[in-house]
Design a protein around this ligand. Sequence first.
Ligand code: SF4
Length: 368
Amino acid sequence: METYQKIKILSKLTSFEREEELNFESCIYHVSVRSQKVPVLKIMQTTLCDKNCIYCAFRRDRESIPRLFIKPEELAKGFMNLYKEGKVRGLLLSSGIFGNPEFTMEKMIDTVKILREKYQYKGYIHLKIMPGVSLQTVEESVKLADRVSINIETSKEERLKKVAKGKSITQDMLQKIKYIDKLIKNYKGKSQITQMMVGIDDETDEEIIKVVDYLNRNYDMDRIYFSAFFPVKDTPLENKKPESPQRENRLYQVDFLIREYGFSFKEFLPILKNGNLPLEVDPKTAWAEANLQNFPVEINVADYQLLIKIPGIGKKTANEIIKRRKEKKISSPEDLKNIKNLSKILKYVTINGKYFYCKNTQLKLFRD
Ligand code: SF4
């Protein structure tokens, strides 16, 4: 980046620095880090943004948002104070795009470098990658952070263009996701995630699931996050209806089934109505109900992959069933005592050739 351009952006930014101390504590959130909920400082390097994404609180034309820029040293120091006081255990650093993505990312990387080098902070850092940065900057981010993310937002280029002009899935985000995937293979414990919006337009679950399936199949995605649309005042979408959190939840379940349970995009097609998942029933149960011709399966012979596809059976339960049947043949529901969700499971299995499920009877499965 040209020095002149840099000075111009910096001098503009200086006017958004604050004299008074910032209240970093108000930016503490509990997020999932390596399967644990931990307090994390979730903060933006700057709330200024030159982009105008129509759903975003920080879009350029929204005048009602306070704009500020936090200098890397100030942000690093503020974080370290909270960390030393035991109030946070990690940092999630994001930003609006001010000047240009490379410049913005440079400031974020400066912050992380100060933490890693000056303060010798070795803990968790999640760094958002700004769309449009160079591969070299992506590489530097991966080296410094534990987790990086670039939000793909929508399933198709034309959809993204309508809501976030200037961002590109194919020319930018997918290229970065692929590159990050290659890089993180060289490091232990590093991960990448992405996020998709839900309900911002008429995009269907089918379109979203196709992308979820593609990402999980081709890259080592730690997780895909979904964000149900919620209207923000003073944006072009302020009068649009919020999306149901249940739709978001169903998509999380689908992502989990694809990533952890070997389900594929095609397997969800029969359960979609007008391209969307049913909200009243979870996708695994809906899938089994749409495939009742393949059930019940014999619990003594079903392999692990089949067991985990049975509604009510998770990985832990599948392993427990396999352990018990190695010890002795499972011959009645009594042999499955203390297995979670047993009355649900019984609908989809036979036990030693017999079917024990009874829809209308409240079965008393075990003697007291
Ligand atoms: S680039 Fe990011 S911060 Fe800026 S308007 Fe778009 S979503 Fe908001």
